[in-house]
Design a protein around this ligand. Structure first.
Ligand code: 5GP
Ligand code: ZN
Length: 109
């Protein structure tokens, strides 16, 4: 399958990896929208949040976020999951954005 995030997870394409375990990788966003902006993805391909078929996958993705932010010394951050093109999803492999280092407005644009 021609999926850029599968290739990043499989190390076929290099990225700035900041975390890896058996199920999940996190890497810096290529086009950061904040001083800290990384993405957390499951290694297994799911095209969006709608496709995830197990609660374990949610736990695997979300439980590493406070682990990573703690290591980075970050206490406040925004997490975003865009689902579908109209919501801003451009890469169709589920990913959680984690952004920090500036003030964020609400509602998101
Ligand atoms: P989306 O718009 O789907 O929520 O977010 C996709 C994100 O992936 C964007 O923030 C974009 O900058 C990032 N991105 C797209 N291609 C690559 C890539 O090849 N490497 C990395 N590190 N990030 C990417
Ligand atoms: Zn994929």
């Amino acid at each position: 399958m021609d999926c850029i995030f599968c290739k990043i997870a499989g190390k076929e394409i290099s990225s700035s990896l900041i975390y890896e375990d058996e199920n999940v990788v996190a890497f810096n966003d290529l086009n950061p929208q904040a001083p800290v902006h990384f993405l957390v993805i499951p290694k297994k391909h799911y095209s969006s949040l709608n496709e995830i078929d197990s609660k374990e996958v949610f736990a695997q993705i979300f439980s590493v976020i406070p682990e990573i932010t703690k290591k980075l010394g970050i206490k406040e951050y925004r997490t975003v999951v865009n689902t579908g093109a109209s919501a801003g999803q451009t890469v169709f492999h589920i990913h959680v954005h984690v952004m920090s280092g500036r003030n964020f407005t609400w509602p998101a644009g």
